[in-house]
Write a protein that binds this ligand. Structure first.
Ligand SMILES: Cc1cc2nc3c(=O)[nH]c(=O)nc-3n(C[C@H](O)[C@H](O)[C@H](O)COP(=O)(O)OP(=O)(O)OC[C@H]3O[C@@H](n4cnc5c(N)ncnc54)[C@H](O)[C@@H]3O)c2cc1C
Length: 395
């Protein structure tokens, strides 16, 4: 029997693994954690909307068959000639491999940004943002130094704006808990491009901006970050901003392991795949999600989104299943079905488009929740969907 190994338990890897399990294949999933987390909701965890368990699922709740094996470890090397994966704690042989090890922040070479900013990458870093802000506000109570109440969010894309929405709900509550005058709090989103949220229809960007500014946020569009030092953001053509909390959400690139291992990569470090999502360098290796460089029908690279990643994962599960059985002609090419983008601006409101129809307010917020339910359904069927949605209702 062919040895199948899946690297990474994010949207692409987990969906591939879940499909392999449903198809009755034996495989090993390697993931850094024993749980799968919902990256698209990490801004909620950063804003403290609910506890980390609401955004993570034990992998043992998703993969339940004895033929599905989980190794909790970190991949450090892949030897494609020997068909061997090196982990921090051991090695694994494979006949076919899925590489879906996700993304890392893109700092665009801005000096000091990586060293002096927080990021929203996983459950720990999301929770870290919340506790950092709490510590800064507690520090203000002792020193009355207003820098502790200043927060800079770099980047006004989906992640930055969703985080802003969450912060503008979380911070007034924190202030009332700590008896701090909320009008002293200064939250600035700094973006080099001329508009926010390029992913949503233009008509809704103003709605999103008004929602945030009406809650006290500042949106500094067309403002370039030149360098960052500890507690100071230097801007092009404007005064430096001294802030106790600096968060960077301005870009992503693929896990650097792919380019280090000699895969053919684009400028964002994503490994080039053929229409069946196999690496162009090795047909025994499938690449999915933010790790994959896959063009759409018009020849443009598909965006790094959970929507695309989970669709890729599902197809990789099928293609790997048939390939490993010697039925390569039954592999199917990948066609992304882009259903729109939804950005939450807090618990009860948002903006976005659903299949080309602009939506806003509570409708967008409900639609966003529905995408989570749909994803859980595709991943683990009724049992998983019922378990996770019950948790939300009980909160
Ligand atoms: C706050 C936020 C909001 C977002 N909102 C949306 C949204 O609304 N809609 C949307 O479509 N997209 C959204 N995205 C983007 C989306 O989350 C990503 O595109 C998606 O997570 C990519 O899936 P993936 O499977 O490629 O990688 P990931 O989901 O990042 O999974 C990678 C997995 O690999 C593991 N891993 C990494 N390195 C190793 C290693 N060396 N060894 C072992 N395991 C490893 C990680 O622990 C992780 O489990 C958002 C992103 C963020 C941060």
């Amino acid at each position: 029997m062919a040895k199948l190994v899946v690297l990474g338990g994010g949207y692409a890897g987990m969906m591939a693994a879940s499909h392999l399990e449903q198809l009755g294949d034996e495989f090993t999933l390697v993931n850094a954690n024993d749980y799968h987390y919902l990256t698209t909701l990490l801004h909620e965890a950063a804003g403290g909307r609910s506890g980390p368990s609401n955004y993570s699922i034990p992998i043992s709740d998703i993969l339940t068959k004895r033929t599905s094996h989980l190794v909790v470890d970190k991949v450090t090397h892949i030897d494609r000639e020997k068909k061997k994966v090196t982990l921090e704690g051991g090695e694994l042989d494979y006949d076919y491999l899925v590489v879906a090890i996700g993304w890392v922040p893109e700092y665009f070479g801005i000096p000091g940004l990586a060293e002096h900013s927080l990021g929203i990458r996983d459950l720990d870093t999301a929770a870290g943002i919340r506790s950092h802000i709490e510590a800064q506000f507690a520090e203000y109570k002792k020193s009355e130094d207003l820098r502790h109440l200043r927060i800079v969010v770099g980047g006004a894309g989906l992640t930055g704006i969703e985080l802003m929405g969450e912060l503008m709900e979380f911070l007034p509550k924190l202030c009332s808990q700590l008896d701090i005058d909320f009008s002293l709090v200064d939250v600035q989103c700094i973006e080099a491009m001329p508009s926010i949220l390029p992913q949503v229809p233009e008509s809704l960007r103003g709605v999103a901006a008004n929602t945030l500014t009406s809650k006290g946020a500042k949106l500094r569009i067309g403002t370039k970050i030149l360098k960052v030092e500890a507690g100071v953001v230097h801007l092009d053509g404007a005064d430096p901003v001294e802030a106790g909390t600096i968060i960077w959400t301005g870009g992503v690139r693929a896990n650097p392991l792919l380019s280090e291992l000699g895969f053919t990569c684009d400028r964002r470090g994503r490994a080039k795949v053929n229409p069946f999502l196999q690496s162009v360098d090795d047909e025994r290796v499938f690449v999915g999600g933010d790790s994959a460089w896959c063009d759409d029908e018009a020849g443009r690279p598909l965006p790094p989104t959970a929507q695309v990643a989970s669709q890729m994962g599902a197809l990789i599960g099928h293609n790997l299943h048939v390939l490993a059985r010697g039925m390569a002609t039954e592999m199917k090419p990948f066609h992304a079905s882009l259903k729109g983008t939804l950005a939450s601006l807090g618990r009860d409101t948002g903006v976005g488009d659903m299949g080309g129809i602009p939506v806003r307010g509570m409708v967008a917020s409900i639609a966003k929740e529905a995408t989570k339910v749909k994803y859980l359904w595709e991943l683990g069927g009724l049992r998983l969907t019922a378990d996770k949605t019950k948790q939300v209702v009980q909160m």
